[in-house]
Design a protein around this ligand. Structure first.
Ligand code: GLC
Length: 438
């Protein structure tokens, strides 16, 4: 049997325990309010894009409120875009003037954020874009805003990419030496060659050297997998993996990142917002496959998390308050334990409990195969009310080979109330017998 803990090591332990984090995409694109890629999508020059730099003035920014909303939602870590592809820096970088300090914001926006989240015992993650659509030595690739501008492309001959790489190393050094312990770094991303443009990957980023520097500065840091060298965390984006994510056939530590509505940056007119129920199910589904969920907010240009996002965070928090036991410290169920229809299992190997999440509420009974003789006690998690159960077939009252109440020898039947408990996704906590899955 697969040991559910075998993919972990000491460094990733907090991460696979915590399971749920907040991603924050915040930058000049928040003012455009129509996707964080707008500079590239609309083929804008830096001069055209400057209207945002000149007006970035988040007067309502209060990171204490952000941290509070995330913590109340049950999130345990956060990842902030210190610099996104547009190149704008939220911190006081000494290597460029393209920072919040030199915009109307007039201050380092990163430091108070890091302080606010740490105060709530949340771990710190820094996102840093490898792409940079502002740096003069960043060469044109298939994602660049000016890829169809022949004059700009031609000037690539005069660009010295090494200078950009030095800048990237230097900025990372600033982030990892100036802001206390950084638990995680999310580097984004490597570009395959396309449309006649060269790609950018581990050779261009000098990934190995980069990783060595990062680990030297912050030995306990976790890195994602987008530098094209093996990272600690594999990061599927905006899709639900169908099983435990594998690399080279081996299950890995993974984290899916998702948005509320499609884009990462604040998008005023987007209508595709996911419901609280759907988001909770996405979290459960990820944990049931051994993964984490990093859920994104795109604060406004004035510095607020808008009401649609807040409402969802609150809804998730309402569920997490009573059900976080089925998330923290949990992972996929032991091999061979198959969830019934419309259900997901998570499993806490330390407390030896299994959690049955019911995505739709069935009538009266729920049958779980593979668990007969292994459960000591069962209860609903929202109110700790006992759930009665019957284990195995009733041999004495059965005709040979027939089933009793739909049960066979291997099945446990849980008797549930007709009325669905008042929880977005009800959970039954199953206390396993010692050694049930040793
Ligand atoms: C993508 C996008 C980006 C977003 C990121 C989050 O790579 O370029 O806008 O920040 O995914 O994972």
């Amino acid at each position: 049997m697969t040991n559910p803990l075998m993919h972990q090591n000491e460094r990733t332990e907090w991460f696979t325990h915590d399971r749920f984090g907040l991603f924050i995409h915040w930058g000049l694109y928040s003012l455009g309010a129509r996707h964080e890629w707008l500079k590239s999508r609309e083929f804008m020059t830096t001069e055209q894009y400057d209207k945002y730099f000149k007006r970035f003035d988040p007067d309502l920014y209060d990171p204490e409120l952000w941290a509070e909303a995330a913590s109340n939602a049950g999130m345990k870590y956060f990842v902030i875009t210190t610099k996104h592809h547009e190149g704008f820096c939220l911190w006081d970088s000494k290597l460029t003037d393209y920072t919040a300090v030199h915009s109307p914001a007039g201050r380092d926006l990163l430091r108070p954020m890091v302080d606010a989240f740490r105060k709530r015992n949340m771990k710190t993650g820094l996102y840093y874009s490898l792409l940079d659509w502002h740096h003069p030595d960043y060469t044109v690739d298939v994602k660049h805003p000016l890829r169809y501008n022949p004059e700009f492309v031609q000037q690539d001959g005069t660009r010295q990419f090494q200078r950009y790489v030095d800048y990237m190393f230097g900025q990372t050094r600033e982030l990892l030496t100036g802001y206390g312990p950084v638990d995680l770094m999310f580097l984004d991303f490597s570009i395959p060659p396309e449309e006649g443009f060269a790609g950018k990957g581990k050779n261009e980023w000098q990934s190995e050297k980069f990783v060595n520097m990062v680990r030297e500065l912050q030995p306990n840091i976790l890195l994602n997998d987008r530098l094209e060298v093996a990272g600690d965390i594999t990061t599927p984006e905006q899709y639900m993996p169908k099983e435990w994510v594998k690399v080279g056939g081996r299950p890995v530590v993974w984290e899916a990142c998702h948005t509320f509505s499609g884009s990462w940056g604040y998008y005023r007119d987007e209508e595709s917002w996911k419901s609280v129920d759907m988001l909770i199910k996405m979290l459960i589904d990820s944990v049931s496959k051994g993964g984490n969920l990093l859920l994104n907010v795109g604060p406004t240009g004035r510095g607020e998390i808008d009401e649609r996002a807040l409402e969802r965070l609150q809804g998730i928090g309402e569920w997490m308050k009573r059900h976080n036991r089925s998330i923290y410290g949990c992972t996929a169920a032991p091999e061979g334990v198959k969830a019934p229809d419309d259900c997901r299992f998570t499993y806490n190997p330390k407390t030896n409990r299994l959690y049955l999440h019911m995505f739709s509420w069935p009538f009266k009974s729920i049958h779980v195969s593979g668990l007969a003789g292994r459960i000591e006690y069962a209860q609903l998690l929202n109110d700790a009310s006992e759930i009665k159960m019957k284990q195995g077939a009733k041999a004495s009252s059965m005709a040979a080979g027939a089933l009793s109440e739909g049960r066979d020898a291997d099945t446990v039947t849980l008797s549930i109330p007709v009325k669905k408990p008042n929880a977005a996704v009800p959970v039954i906590e199953l206390f396993l017998k010692p050694g049930a899955f040793a």
